[in-house]
Design a protein around this ligand. Structure first.
Ligand code: AMP
Length: 280
């Protein structure tokens, strides 16, 4: 596996791969890798000649400075994990390399960045769009792989590709969970042992909600989920919304003929976790 810190060197390598007509799959990450990230690498490897991962904790997508500072950084472990997974190239730029000067671009995502994560993390998706577009300009992949764990992010990035006219296919990949159902996340490693035990209630409640939804209407189901989770003294729901999976508009009635996804953000101590589940 080749490791590049410098974008000029990476571009040189990619130009040579393109001359050999290699199909390139790209997996952008912020590191502190786990099996969820590795699943994206595996899917990319199965569908491309070359898989490139990036590891960069992107400051512009953190609306909370403390969250940025405490974000786990374990680069040498990450590199070993990527090597083991058969990743071909990893790009590990510095902040200076990605933001040599301030990037003042704005994007119009319509409703997509106004709700849920966008509402509670102002500027978050602009930061995501800034870094992903910079990475796309450097890597110029054929396909880019993102986890459904960050459901709204995938929706926003599909829109980004459309408005920026990138010839890149965004592939959305399933959520990988721990044995107790907790969605894998780099932030999980920041939980105390006690918090870790409590947070399994999040996915457990989401899965149960799919059954409850057969008896309750949408509003009642939403309230049930919020009450279940808030009944745990360590957990506090920030939002739980059931939305159309394309335009992220709220679903009001189960009979609406749209794909429905329930998205949640929960605070546990000073950590914030997100998860989602599909409703049928
Ligand atoms: P991050 O490092 O958190 O920015 O995540 C990098 C990529 O991995 C994003 O596309 C995430 O959606 C994806 N990802 C993170 N956790 C999971 C998971 N548990 N299952 C599948 N994909 C994930």
């Amino acid at each position: 596996m080749k490791v590049f810190e410098n974008k000029a060197d990476l571009i040189f390598e990619i130009n040579s791969l393109k001359q050999q007509s290699k199909a390139i799959g790209f997996v952008p990450t912020m590191g502190a890798l786990h099996k969820g990230h590795i699943s994206l690498i595996t899917i990319s490897k199965n569908n491309n000649d070359i898989t490139i991962a990036s590891i960069f904790v992107n400051p512009t997508q953190f609306n909370d400075k403390k969250d940025y500072q405490r974000y786990p950084r374990i680069l040498s472990d990450d590199i070993k994990m990527l090597e083991k997974a058969g990743c071909d190239i990893v790009f590990t730029p510095t902040e200076e390399e990605m933001y040599p000067e301030a990037d003042n671009r704005q994007f119009d995502f319509g409703n997509l960045d106004k709700v849920m994560e966008g509402k509670f993390r102002p500027g978050h998706f602009r930061g995501v769009a800034l870094i992903v577009s910079k990475l796309f300009d450097i890597v110029t992949p054929d396909k880019a792989y993102f986890g459904e764990k960050d459901f709204q992010q995938v929706t926003v990035l599909k829109h980004l590709v459309t408005i920026m006219r990138y010839p890149i296919e965004i592939i959305s990949c399933p959520i990988i969970r721990e044995h107790d159902g907790l969605a894998m996340s780099s932030r999980n490693m920041l939980l105390t042992k006690e918090e870790r035990e409590h947070v399994s209630l999040i996915s457990k409640t989401l899965f149960e909600a799919r059954e409850i939804a057969k008896k309750l209407n949408v509003e009642e189901t939403k309230n049930w989920v919020i009450q279940q989770i808030n009944s745990d003294s360590l957990l506090k729901v920030e939002y739980f919304e059931i939305v159309n999976d394309i335009n992220l508009e709220s679903i009001h009635d189960w009979s609406q003929n749209e794909n429905k996804v329930g998205c949640i953000a929960v605070h546990v101590g000073n950590i914030r976790l997100i998860d989602n589940v599909r409703f049928y």
